[in-house]
Design a protein around this ligand. Structure first.
Ligand code: GAR
Length: 208
């Protein structure tokens, strides 16, 4: 049974999708803890109500990034995770933290990486005249929103789309691809080859 720890900063809809798929589809895994860097992260209530351990490591209590990262790592390691999942976790994590969880730290970002790392991805994609956008699940490396790509979703941009509409359509695909990527990980179906990730069964790594 693989142990999953999920980090959130807010709503936690991706966390919720993973918790539900894991429980309902009988993965060989359990979400053992949901941790947040904000005391009022809405997703914490959902996790607690599902009987999952929750904790807050408030970044505001730490003057330096290293102190926060160390406290967060201690809170994570208490749950002895096989996989750490960043699900809308909006803090930059330092290189020592990322190295500690190398190969077992996943993130989702709402763009077709390597395009548009950072914030306001949909706004920037619309301004750039992109005809397709999407989301990316990737292994985390020290570079922000960067690292070996596990799975992407592609969403067409429609005439009249604004940031909000686009974000909602991309988010709906996030709720499909993130649980799938996590499932592949816990079922040992992913193979890291340098900067590339191969799905051992040859399953499509893009949702169109
Ligand atoms: C999601 O759209 C996720 O891709 C994004 O934050 C949102 C969190 O929503 N993550 C990032 O921008 C990370 N760089 P959620 O809390 O409902 O899962």
């Amino acid at each position: 049974m693989k142990r999953i720890v999920i980090l959130i900063s807010g709503r936690g809809s991706n966390m919720q999708a993973i918790v539900e798929r894991c429980a309902d589809d009988g993965w060989p895994a359990a979400v053992v803890a949901v941790l947040a860097n904000r005391p009022h992260a809405a997703g914490l209530a959902y996790a607690a109500q599902r009987g999952i351990a929750t904790a807050v490591v408030d970044h505001k209590a730490y003057a330096e990034r290293e102190g926060f990262d160390a406290a967060l790592a201690a809170a994570i390691d208490r749950h002895v995770p096989d996989l750490v999942v960043l699900a809308g976790f909006m803090r930059i994590l330092g290189p020592a933290f990322v190295r500690r969880y190398a190969g077992r730290l996943l993130n989702i970002h709402p763009s077709l990486l390597p395009a548009f790392p950072g914030l306001h991805t949909h706004r920037r994609a619309l301004a750039a005249g992109c005809k397709a956008v999407g989301a990316t699940v990737h292994f985390v490396t020290p570079e922000l929103d960067h690292g070996p790509i596990v799975l992407q979703s592609v969403v067409p941009v429609r005439p009249g789309d604004d940031e909000e509409r686009l974000a909602a359509r991309v988010l709906a695909t996030e709720h499909i691809i993130y649980p799938l990527a996590v499932r592949w990980f816990v079922e040992d179906r992913l193979e890291l080859d340098g900067d590339r990730v191969r799905q051992r069964d040859g399953a499509s790594q893009v949702l169109m």
